[in-house]
Design a protein around this ligand. Sequence first.
Ligand SMILES: *Cc1c(COP(=O)(O)O)cnc(C)c1O
Length: 234
Amino acid sequence: MTTEQLQKQLVSIREKIQQALEQAGRKGETVQLCAASKTQTAQTVEQAAELDIDLFGENRMQELVEKYAVGAYGSHPVHMIGHLQTNKVRQVVGKAAIIQSVDSTRLLETIAQEASKQNLVQKILLEINIGGEQSKSGIAPEQLPFLLEQAENCNHVQVLGLMAIPPKCQEEKQVRQYFSQMYQLFCQARDHYCTKSKMEILSMGMSGDFPLAILEGSTMVRVGTALFGQRQYP
Ligand SMILES: *Cc1c(COP(=O)(O)O)cnc(C)c1O
């Protein structure tokens, strides 16, 4: 894609974000745009980094490390948004501004250990499996208070919010319900379970459904296809 094409898609995404915010009565609020750049080359990412996006999101450790090493993200932060195996934590801690996909005690502790070694505080989101799908990562909503408490006991980790990928739904109404449940959980956590953590980021909404996610309270959308076009898997 040319930079002009990317720019055109971006303008359209930004407009839809704005419309959804207005429709939701959230005027004056902002939603962060995470460019989901899995499978995109370092060169494409560099092009996108020139545009008005807030951050990048990667799914695979290897891609994140490679693009990070060549400076493809420019001045933008990159977040880890894909499932992270514990044996890949070392390479991601300190590079990912936020690891969005934390969904187990074991992963949490591995991140905390590595962050301690690097003498930094790793920011994270907790991933919720809101549709209760076997095939998806994320914790069950009922496990949130427990994992949050564990995270608060780790000095080298700070929770900044929640992330979710709801099930694919035929009906808009259905997917909105999942987003709405996520928002309720986010508010509960913010108002009742948090002591040290900050509930600031609710990361939900992708190319097919980000306006609906914003209507239900999303503060960060992760958009791939609508920005970069169909992914080509090697
Ligand atoms: C790929 C991906 C996205 C973006 O998906 P699109 O439908 O292409 O916008 C968002 N979040 C995660 C975790 C992803 O893996």
